[in-house]
Write a protein that binds this ligand. Structure first.
Ligand SMILES: [Zn+2]
Length: 455
């Protein structure tokens, strides 16, 4: 009997110690919740986001409250009570929150404000209110959108054409440029032009009309602004051209591609040509667009008409809609995205303007190719070359010899395929050859050295 009593007593003591430890560890624990992650982009804009990760491994999370305060004004950004079991505490040990809020709509103004976080746990401390973690953080609100002013007059564009939009913005921005249809043309700063921005734009030849065109700016707080750009679309007709592919051409050209590119179907000359003229053409054009998306240089050298291959005849135009035939059967279509200029064989090729060599290599249908960067997203491309007299990264002067013409790539005869690109879009080179066009569309809008820009 006495023995049983001792065992019971022992069990009772063990249970009591366990219960006390439990209470001490889980119910009277003194560790407040912890913030594991806190992401808030500042300054806060019209649309703001707070990412918050909270953890309390013992008694769990009882409540999360987040307030924004500015002088006498206070608004709750988030308030949540979690069910707390008297004995077991809160089941929520971790919480991940993404809170979006709009300070302007909540009645706040630009300037300083305070963010207040109050997070409590399921412990029995503080009169059963739990341990409290209170954090106060000073934040800066920017609830004003940038103001845009456009300085260039109406912008004439035809499919394949270029133009220059000049604008200013009231505050520092992290992104700005012109949206034309679905494309974004980045704006650039130019030395000597205080607070003016320049965006070269182009209407791709495949897009016959403009559905939207506006300057867009986003400030450091993420506030966006838009202002429509005045434009007028001039219709333009392009030629249709028929190209007959002969067996001798295929025999002469295709083996060069088989050697270089294992993805070209082997064995069948015609199949290989069709692949090169469609898939490879697309890939090559995509590569060129990517290479010419952004200028690497700070200056702009497109303020003079581009130099044309001297003493050359025009063999094909930009925008020619070509249909390819083999023995009277149609085998493909393509739009010619440059101008073909023919002089004597192995004619010296001058740089069309001052710039930097951003590509000098063999590129599929274009053969040996050079791409020059002239600033503001303006590039020129020279294809079917014999080789290179300049290297990647070189700076070149206007008129400097960069290569000799040849027939590399998919060229039938010796000529220069010359292309102009504006932020990745192939454009009409003839506009850029024309001194009057360059003067009115481009040069007249650029800052004159030593003269203050008009506002
Ligand atoms: Zn060509």
């Amino acid at each position: 009997m006495k023995r049983i009593f001792s065992i019971l007593l022992l069990l009772f003591v063990v249970a009591l110690v366990a219960a006390l430890s439990f209470l001490f560890f889980f119910k009277f624990e003194g560790t407040p919740p912890e913030i594991k992650k806190f992401v808030l982009r500042e300054p806060l804009g019209k649309k703001s986001k707070l990412i918050l990760e909270v953890s309390d491994q013992r008694s769990g999370i009882r409540a999360i409250k987040i307030y924004l305060l500015q002088k006498q004004h206070r608004a709750a950004l988030f308030e949540k009570q979690y069910p707390v079991d008297l004995l077991w505490g809160s089941r929520v040990k971790e919480e991940h929150l993404e809170i979006t809020f709009e300070p302007l709509k909540l009645g706040f103004r630009s300037g300083k404000a305070k963010l207040l976080l109050e997070i409590s746990d399921g412990a029995w401390r503080n009169g059963l209110k739990g341990n409290l973690l209170a954090v106060e953080k000073e934040v800066l609100l920017d609830l004003d959108s940038p103001r845009i002013v456009i300085h260039s007059p109406i912008h004439y564009l035809s499919p394949g054409g270029s133009n220059l939009v000049v604008y200013s913005i009231s505050e520092k921005v992290r992104r700005h440029g012109v949206v034309l249809n679905e494309r974004f043309f980045e704006g650039y700063e130019l030395p000597g032009a205080d607070r003016l921005y320049f965006a070269l734009v182009a209407l791709p030849i495949q897009e016959r009309d403009i559905t939207k065109m506006f300057v867009e700016a986003e400030d450091l707080a993420g506030n966006k602004a838009r202002l429509p750009v005045a434009y007028y679309v001039r219709k333009k007709k392009y030629r249709h051209d028929v190209i007959n592919i002969t067996d001798s051409f295929l025999k002469r050209k295709i083996p060069e591609f088989w050697e270089r590119y294992p993805d070209v179907p082997q064995g069948d000359l015609l199949k290989a040509f069709i692949y090169i003229n469609t898939e490879m053409r697309q890939k090559n054009n995509a590569t060129i667009s990517k290479l010419t998306r952004r200028s690497q240089i700070k200056a702009f050298y497109g303020d003079q008409a581009l130099l044309r291959l001297p003493k050359s005849a025009t063999r094909a135009l930009f925008g020619d809609h070509r249909t390819y035939y083999y023995k009277r059967r149609e085998i493909g279509r393509a739009i010619h995205l440059g101008i073909d200029l023919a002089s004597v064989a192995r004619a010296p090729v001058p740089a069309a303007a001052e710039g930097k060599v951003v590509f000098a290599d063999y590129l599929g249908i274009y053969g040996n190719t050079i791409i020059l960067d002239h600033g503001l997203g303006l590039f020129t491309l020279y294809a079917h070359l014999a080789g290179f007299t300049v290297s990647l990264g070189d700076s070149v002067k206007r008129g400097q010899l960069i290569a000799y013409t040849d027939t590399t790539g998919l060229a039938g005869g010796d000529h220069l395929h010359f292309a102009v690109l504006v932020q990745g879009v192939f454009v009409e080179p003839v506009e850029w050859f024309d001194p009057h066009w360059v003067k009115t569309r481009i040069k007249s809008k650029l800052p004159v050295p030593g003269k203050a820009p008009k506002s």
